[in-house]
Write a new protein. Structure first.
Length: 148
């Protein structure tokens, strides 16, 4: 895959949840240009072209970031904060996809500028439907700066 054409950055440490999200996006034919990273540090390395992503063209930012909150190394809230404070990243829609129903996580996510907060359904079919709908909306319907 060509990292310069990434449409979806999936930040998810749980391999089962990551696989379900990828399968859901594939069902909607939206997984062709997807990069999956497993922790917050790797997500930031990808976005800032550091570490194993050094040399990646940062001008082509992902169209959407699906972000888990409970991540190793750097948690999702910190990743969200950095994205929304960085001029060339702040326009990227970030959808928190997490198992946390904690009010404080929801409030903090919106304070930091999240575009959507979705609690992962436990049921596989509902999860597939939710992620598929997310992909269709954010990749095909939503108009963001520079998407014309």
């Amino acid at each position: 895959m060509n990292n310069n054409q990434v449409e979806i950055l999936l930040v998810e440490d749980n391999p089962n949840d990551a696989e379900m999200a990828i399968r859901a996006l594939k069902k909607q034919n939206l997984a062709n240009n997807l990069v999956h990273v497993e922790d917050g540090e790797e997500a930031l390395d990808f976005l800032f072209a550091k570490g194993k992503f050094a040399g990646r063209q940062t001008a082509k930012a992902p169209k959407i970031i699906l972000l888990d909150l409970k991540l190793p190394k750097i948690d999702g809230l910190e990743v969200l904060k950095i994205i929304k404070e960085t001029n060339n990243l702040m326009h990227i829609p970030v959808v928190v996809l997490t198992s946390s129903k904690e009010e404080k996580d929801i409030i903090e996510s919106y304070k930091l500028g999240v575009n959507s907060y979705i609690v992962k359904p436990v049921d596989f079919d509902k999860f597939v439907q939710a992620v598929g709908n997310l992909g269709l909306y954010w990749l095909l319907l939503n108009q963001s700066p520079g998407s014309q």
